[in-house]
Design a protein around this ligand. Structure first.
Ligand SMILES: Nc1nc2c(ncn2[C@@H]2O[C@H](COP(=O)(O)OP(=O)(O)OP(=O)(O)O)[C@@H](O)[C@H]2O)c(=O)[nH]1
Ligand SMILES: [Mg+2]
Length: 297
């Protein structure tokens, strides 16, 4: 069910500024010391853009699982272990809380200790470390930079595609490069596109909101059934309804009716998607790391 709206609508959102950003990332890599790749802690796999990945590989790279305040902490711990096993530097933060910048800076200084020592040996201790911040739209790149700067320097808002050009921001000891978010030129995985749509990294205008809400309800009814039951006071029988009927049942519970007593399913869908994104259903992770087989198994 969650894939239906993708099949019907074939999601495609790759405006000109995203193509330009990929070229900018490539060109600016030689001017930075490290790449911070922000991922969404609720979908650390789906939020890894392979094209960004390919470019970032040329530099030391650190993953930041942002919006960890919205994700299931137990699953985030699994993701941290997963990245560690892969030998990748990783830190989980919430850019809405003050500690995020300090946590990332500490990890960065660990990853870049060789560079810091090399600079100290050459007597260029004062040089700032240049950091490029990249990721999908709406993952919180600009918010993270503002958190580090301690003030609003980069424009940030709760929709994808806010940052349209690159912007350097200086903080003590560092130069941070904010970049626009980049999606896929063409999605090859329906699951990835679906997950990105759920968390709001794809412009909602190009999506069918009812199909989006139905997909989300089906997925959460499987993964975290109790959360839906609690939030919408649903019985087990109601939870087992198909997604359209479930959406109607939720709309009815919330009194979202039109004349004649029918449910305004569009209003219900908007409410469902908004409530998920605002974490009204509690902390939820949509993806878990694939079970890895130990090498000696
Ligand atoms: N709960 C929570 N919200 C966050 C966090 N980081 C960012 N946000 C919110 O996510 C939304 C998007 O943040 P931005 O900083 O504009 O995201 P961006 O990655 O710069 O987006 P683009 O410029 O569009 O690529 C804003 O509403 C932020 O307040 C976080 O760690 N936790
Ligand atoms: Mg931004």
């Amino acid at each position: 069910m969650s894939e239906d709206f993708i099949n019907r609508r074939s999601i495609q959102w790759f405006p000109g500024h995203m193509a330009k950003t990929l070229r900018l990332i490539e060109a600016d890599l030689k001017h930075v010391d490290v790449v911070l790749q922000l991922l969404d802690a609720r979908i650390p796999f789906s939020s890894q853009n392979p094209e960004i990945q390919r470019l970032a590989e040329k530099k030391p790279c650190l993953y930041v699982l942002n919006k960890a305040d919205l994700a299931d902490p137990a699953v985030t711990a699994q993701w941290m272990a997963h990245f560690k096993r892969q030998g990748a530097g990783c830190v989980a933060v919430s850019s809405k809380s003050r500690g995020a910048a300090a946590a990332v800076r500490q990890q960065l200084e660990q990853e870049l200790s060789w560079l810091i020592e090399k600079r100290a040996r050459k007597g260029i201790q004062g040089a700032s470390i240049r950091v490029m911040v990249v990721g999908i739209p709406n993952v919180g790149k600009s918010t993270f930079i503002n958190c580090w700067a301690g003030t609003t320097r980069a424009k940030a808002a709760d929709r994808p595609g806010v940052t349209r050009g690159k912007q350097w921001i200086s903080v003590p000891g560092y130069e941070l490069l904010d970049m626009p978010g980049v999606l896929w030129k063409k999605f090859d995985s329906l699951e990835t596109a679906t997950n990105l749509a759920f968390i709001g990294s794809i412009k909602d205008d190009i999506l069918d909101i009812e199909e989006l809400a139905m997909g989300l309800l089906s997925q959460i009814a499987n993964m975290y059934p109790n959360r839906l039951c609690e939030r919408y006071k649903l019985t087990e029988d109601q939870l087992a309804l198909d997604a359209w009927d479930l959406l109607e049942a939720i709309g009815r519970k919330r009194g979202m009716l039109v004349s004649g007593g029918e449910v305004n399913t569009e209003r219900a869908a908007i409410m469902v998607v908004d409530e998920f994104r605002a974490s009204k259903w509690g902390r939820i992770s949509l993806e878990k790391p694939a079970r890895e087989v130990p090498e000696d198994a």
